[in-house]
Write a protein that binds this ligand. Sequence first.
Ligand code: DGJ
Length: 732
Amino acid sequence: MAIVFDESRKIFRLMTDNSEYQMKIDDIGLLIHSYYGRPTCDTDMTYQVLNVDRGFSGNLYENRSDRGRSIDVLPQEFSGCGVGDYRISSIGVVAKNGSRSCDLRYRSHEILDGKERIPGLPSVRAYDDQVDTLVVELEDKVIDLGVKLYYSVFQDKDVITRHTEFINYSDKKIHLEKAASAMLDIQFGSWDEIHFAGRHCMERQMSRNKLTQDIKVISSKRGMSSHHENPFVILCDHGATEEYGDCYGVMLMYSGNHKFEIEQDQAGAVRIVGGVNEENFSWCLEAGEHFHSPEMIMAYTHAGLSELSHIYHNIIRENVCDRKYMTIERPVLINNWEATYFDFNAEKIISIARDAAEMGVEMMVLDDGWFGKRDDDNSGLGDWFVNETKLEGGLKHLSEEINKLGMKFGLWFEPEMINEDSKLFQTHPDWALVDPDRHPTMARNQMVLDMSNPKVLNYLFDCISGILDDANISYIKWDFNRSISNVFSKNLPNKKQGEVSHRFVLGTYALLERLLEQYPNLMIEGCSGGGGRFDAGMLYYCPQIWTSDDTDAIERLEIQEGTSFGYPVSTMGSHVSASPNHQTGRSTPLNTRGIVAMSGTFGYELDVTKMSAEEKAEVKEQIKTFKKYYWLIQKGDYYRLEDKENSEIYKAWSFVSGDKAETLVNIVVKKVQANAKIKLIKLKGLDSEAIYELEGTDKRMSGAALMYGGFAINISNGDYPSEQLHFVKAQS
Ligand code: DGJ
């Protein structure tokens, strides 16, 4: 049993194969967080919670004669507000009488087999895994609010998922002003926080900072998870490395406004609270109503950052994304965006597809510009009707022509958006999110649709399904090209305007869900100007997400490596694009562009009709190589290999098969130097006693030699050279 309640000691123990999480109900009903770490052999860890009388840290009334017991110091599961814990609150409330206090105490608990879905939200799927769920209900008796804390334990995946349900048991309204998904208190240690910050065209750059006594906030209020701060935070030992050290991960499965607050308090303890960003949020809970927070995917390992990444890669591949993609090989695609932008017609698309099909590409994706009045990015969004002057014969004809080449056909949409210059806006101006009496803030000259309005969802469903029914479309690229502002729904009363941002996300999820139910074989690739919505929420619906609008292979090294801390390469949309690159003007060899794109879902995004015969032959080989290593790349354990000292000179990474029988090592030199040092790459994850042979040579080395001694390689000539090395266990 992964979850045990010890009645006599009043402790809950949540056990995965390599971790244990503990909490205890104390004598006045506070739910104390006592431990999260390596398994403890059935010890009640509250022996570590010592009473210390700290000035200006008050005591709950029941504890008034015991000054060492302050709610401001005790490690807890879910902090209330306004009653003397001055650290970060997990909840914000306004009761009918205006009171903003909430004092949460244990009410009941139950342990359930398996795991239920969270109403309206994506959540980690249990499938037939060994999963049990603990639900502990806390309550504030004065305002009659219930707070159910859900913990689902994925025993052999070393993951605990959490979310919170808020229930108004009273007969009066309660306004929720903050509704966190999870909180984690860690009493001891010296910690670094790692988060993944960035910008459009440079997403998810690792930022590691030592915690000091203050509050660090990682958040987005852009209405999307954002290019700027990803909803994934790691807390690791100050000394932790790829191979060593305690690491905790918290990843919010949510695509809207998020917030993680990390506080180191007066006593050196650390608290993380994460969930929906409370800015631009309030939820009016009428009598009897419930509110469910998004899910937090939480993991612990004592074995460093690589292991933490592996835990997330595993759960995302198997339980966040649809598991069928663990056995279905996804097609190598070509996308016309960087080949043509808006300037195309059916003939041009077919000519790209024809050349691509000859090289082994399996799907043609038609990007932006095929619908309405859309010859640039100023008009047409919302009018999801094919532009027959551009595409004579429509999508049906085009998809048939593509299918005749033996290729699948995919199509771009940006469903949640609307241009002022569109038929849709002329008919339904009230469907755009616009604050009354103000001009909307424009971005890419577009506005955002009110996804909280069911009529909008029905319209989008009808448009998209009409197109899917008409033509043979296997794939959708689902784009989202601006941050949200002017959040006001004309469809909701004033008192509910604080709910619009969250309802927007629920609307998007509902539409995705409905489409996938209706078209179970449809594959959707997420996108938001590249990776602006690269999060576990979208991954529930989309097995892959376009990682960045920056397709420069050298910049992609940083972007894909940053992304790899939380997300597997099987989710990273990655294409070979033209050289010189359109974003940076940099020229990079085709081989290097291929190696970088292969560490992702792999595809092409350039005008292949302009390629030379040699280049086409090279592409053919690249596709064969990718297909040969497909499952090793998609399912293998991914390792970041280069040492920090040399990361400006080169990047190296590898994939190791589950049975350790083979490894694919990739090296790209970012800075070529004359008379350069030899590069020594220490491989990881191999069977130390096995003998490996470097494919194509007679070089044989033990796994131990490759891991502890390393593999020496001398590449330092030309612009951005690269190599791919395949080591296979030798038959003895
Ligand atoms: C942003 C995407 O990331 C690009 O790949 C492309 O689809 C454009 N939008 C089209 O407008």
